[in-house]
Write a protein that binds this ligand. Structure first.
Ligand SMILES: *[C@@H]1O[C@H](CO)[C@@H](O)[C@H](O)[C@H]1NC(C)=O
Length: 404
């Protein structure tokens, strides 16, 4: 998204003078974005298949441009801005501790990240699971592990903790990013470090990284997967509102009397979202996005969404939004790359053993290198009427196959 902005800035700058020889020959991939996006009135889930300009998404290239647009819209309305990579980053490894020296402008931070190497990494390194605040899923033994201390990157104590953490030390206390988007940027720096050090030192193949986290950290895991394209498999666990749930459906459930987390509450509870979001929390039908877009941003990469039948998480809301997400994956020719599992009947953040086989198949397929496994998981205890929520959707594009 930022790359697109930067590219556009360069192309625009180069287009003005008469020196036509320096204008890049190939056409830019995407139409120039507007300076900002207008609010809408849309009671259902916004249409993934139409650009804000009204143009239809017809090709794989169009979808990549629409993803960039969805990303910008989510940043503008609820997440705050995702900064570009830092000006410099230097990684060193001492035992199981990776040290990162990160510089943004005149600000510098040194960050320490704990790494457990895969048990038999081979020459190109083995897979690793990044746990946002730790992992609550059973990570296969022998897999590498990285513990991302997300609270230190961007604090999540209360709404007033916005601005605390090393993300804000680097970018300024008044930076627009909410904590969950800040975490995505910070995980990007961990991956920078792994790439710089290389598999010979870390034992980790940066192309085989998963990310997980539960509850508030599940909201974060979903943001990391959506905004950090180097993640191969995203496993948000019981992320509920602000994660796998739809803002609109959660408001509808609240109106029906459910004890459910929703936008108007979430900005009073914590600093997970941008201060920008406060304007919209009592009118979520005016934002030109909703959280099925998070699945669209992860696509076509691996995504296994685990939810629970706890009212506060919004089982109807997560099922509607992720059903919509799977419709997007299906139209992209990669339906089985996204799974959704809500078996319920267990306590919050305790992984149900009934889901072990599904989890293992996603991990094997996207991190373990066993490409033969196919899975197509969609399980939910909640009964939903998806058609009520996608009335405004254009016909899905035909013939896109992102698996090819
Ligand atoms: C949203 O509406 C509720 C109920 O009317 C109100 O208490 C709250 O202050 C509003 N929130 C914002 C951010 O406007």
């Amino acid at each position: 998204m930022y790359r697109h902005h930067a590219l556009w800035a360069i192309i625009t700058a180069l287009s003005i003078p008469a020196s036509a020889s320096v204008v890049p020959r190939q056409a830019p991939a995407c139409d120039a974005p507007p300076a900002s996006y207008a609010a809408v009135t849309e009671p259902g889930l916004p249409d993934p298949w139409k650009f804000v300009s009204g143009k239809a998404v017809a090709t794989a290239e169009d979808f990549a441009c629409r993803q960039a647009e969805m990303s910008r819209i989510m940043q503008q309305f609820e997440l705050g801005d995702l900064p570009p990579p830092p000006d410099s980053l230097t990684a060193t490894l001492s035992g199981t501790s990776m040290s990162l020296v990160i510089k943004v402008g005149s600000n510098s931070k040194t960050i320490s990240v704990s790494i457990t190497k895969p048990s038999s990494p081979g020459t190109s390194g083995g897979p690793a699971m990044i746990g946002v605040g730790g992992a609550n899923i059973p990570v296969p033994s022998g897999m590498g592990r990285i513990n991302f201390g997300n609270d230190a990157c961007a604090a999540q104590q209360n709404p007033n903790s916005h601005g605390s953490g090393w993300f804000f030390d680097l970018h300024g206390k008044s930076h627009s990013a909410g904590a969950t988007l800040a975490w995505a940027w910070c995980v990007g720096r961990i991956i920078d470090g792994l790439e710089q050090l290389g598999a010979a030192k870390t034992g980790i193949d940066p192309k085989r990284l998963g990310v997980t986290g539960c509850s508030r950290n599940g909201k974060g895991a979903f943001m990391v997967g959506a905004f950090e394209k180097r993640i191969a498999l995203t496993i948000p666990q019981e992320s509920g509102s602000g994660g796998a749930a739809s803002w609109r459906v959660s408001d509808s459930e609240y109106a029906k009397g459910k004890n459910i987390q929703r936008a108007a509450q979430i900005v009073r509870e914590n600093a997970w979202f941008s201060p920008r979001f406060v304007t919209y929390v009592n009118k979520t039908d005016t934002i030109p996005e909703d959280h099925h877009f998070l699945a669209a941003l992860v696509a076509p990469r691996g995504l296994f969404v685990i939810e629970n039948d706890i009212d506060w998480l919004g089982p109807v809301s997560t099922t509607v939004a992720m059903k919509a997400g799977r419709m997007i994956y299906e139209a992209l020719g990669v339906k089985a790359n996204m799974g959704f599992s809500l078996v319920g009947g267990h306590s919050h953040c305790s992984f149900p053993s009934a889901s072990s086989a599904d989890l293992t198949s996603y991990i094997n397929r996207f991190l373990g290198g066993s490409a033969t496994a196919t899975n197509d998981v969609e399980k939910s205890k909640a009964t939903v009427v998806i058609d009520d929520w996608i009335k405004s959707w254009s016909a899905a594009p035909k013939g896109i196959n992102l698996a090819a």
